[in-house]
Design a protein around this ligand. Structure first.
Ligand code: SF4
Length: 383
């Protein structure tokens, strides 16, 4: 049996819930980790520490040992602790006596074989249980996500004998995309879903049964670089191959757009995998390893600069630092008092985003002009 607690973990639930055979398939591939995952782990540790400080729980300051610690991480974790502080104050002001549990271990084995999890923060009030999860990533995660529902289930199991709540409130606090997403459901609804949907799927995943099913969850699958199901899913888009984009219907263009990011990511992952395999000696028909292009560079920049200076020429160019670096240099307050009136934010370049994106819809200038023309023509006709 592989690492028992990671096998059907809440954080990978989107994958094994939707594609049950992926659980065992993933075991055949090493977890390569990533800088983003390491950054996220460190940011979580800082959040835990700040929450402990807030709650008066002794804890050692982890900052000196964090590799990716920076101002952004500090602000994100402080914001998280502040959010929880305000939530508690609001609850207390309404007469409640909330109980807070930081990094609460939850036992999920009633529903998911061999599975345990740790919820970032659980608050138990008189009539609801609040599950708050900190996300340091930039990819938006909704509060209704499987991971949070599973944490909520574990927390309900843990506390329901002691408290009398009947509602579950989940929150995703995601500072780097300025998002705090919230969702609610009754505990009855949560238990019904767990019995009817979660339990059978978790069992199928544990037993290595069910059908492969590709979708957005494949992004976090270790098998994605060589999974046949995903390859077929991605290549299905090839049916639009060689057709002139203007000849595609609006529905077809919408479908292509909704699949492009995943398709590009997947193509990159396959390419990277094939390169690694080729470096290990594997051969792919029609392909070979070659030396990539490389730009010329000095073996010793300082020595080169010295020689150029000796020729009476200046090899250095002077550039102003970026706004973020200058803010760091001057400090936030000084930066604002000194430069606020000189900062402008140009209108961003139009870009297509899914309808679920939180930014307001942009109206093309031509349409604004058209609307105004129509309005003034309407006014004239009414005069
Ligand atoms: S890549 Fe997708 S379809 Fe393939 S095993 Fe993983 S989750 Fe399932």
């Amino acid at each position: 049996m592989p690492d028992k607690h990671a096998f059907l973990s809440p954080s990978s639930s989107e994958r094994w819930y939707n594609c049950t055979p992926s659980a065992w398939l993933c075991e055949q591939f090493p977890d390569l980790g990533s800088v983003f995952a390491a950054e996220g782990t460190e940011a979580h540790r800082l959040c835990e520490y700040l929450l402990h400080v807030m709650l008066g729980i002794p804890d050692a300051d982890p900052r000196p040992s964090l590799t990716y610690y920076n101002e952004e991480m500090e602000e994100a974790a402080q914001g998280y602790a502040q959010y929880i502080r305000e939530k508690l104050e609001t609850l207390k002001a309404s007469g409640d006596t909330p109980k807070v549990f930081a990094e609460q271990r939850v036992d999920l084995r009633m529903y998911i074989p061999e599975s345990m999890g740790t919820s970032d923060c659980v608050i138990v009030t008189e009539d609801e249980i609040i599950i708050i999860d900190f996300k340091y990533g930039m990819h938006r995660v909704p509060a209704s996500s499987l991971q949070l529902r599973i944490y909520a289930l574990g927390a309900c199991e843990l506390f329901r004998g002691l408290y009398d709540f009947n509602r579950v409130h989940t929150v995703i606090y995601q500072p780097r995309i300025h998002s705090v997403d919230e969702a609610e459901m009754g505990t009855d609804e949560l238990y019904a879903w767990a019995e009817k949907e979660l339990k059978p799927r978790a069992k199928a995943a544990f037993d290595g049964e069910g059908e492969f099913h590709a979708g957005t969850w494949c992004r976090n699958c270790r098998a994605r670089r060589c999974c046949r199901e995903l390859a077929e899913h991605q290549l299905a888009i090839a049916r639009y191959d060689f057709r002139d984009p203007p000849l595609l219907s609006d529905e077809e263009i919408a479908e292509v757009l909704s699949r492009l990011d995943d398709l590009v990511n997947w193509a990159g992952a396959v390419k990277e995998y094939a390169l690694q395999e080729a470096l290990n000696g594997r051969k792919f028909a029609g392909w070979k390893l070659v030396e990539g292009k490389a730009a010329r560079k000095f073996s010793d920049d300082a020595a080169a600069a010295e020689r150029i200076l000796a020729e009476g020429k200046d090899p250095y160019e002077k550039r102003m630092m970026g706004l973020t670096a200058l803010e760091k240099l001057l400090g936030k307050k000084k930066f604002a008092s000194l430069l606020a009136d000189l900062i402008v934010k140009p209108v961003g370049k139009p870009t297509l985003a899914p309808a679920s994106d939180r930014r307001p819809e942009m109206i093309p200038v031509e349409n604004v002009f058209q609307d105004e023309t129509n309005e003034s023509e309407g006014e004239k006709n009414n005069e």
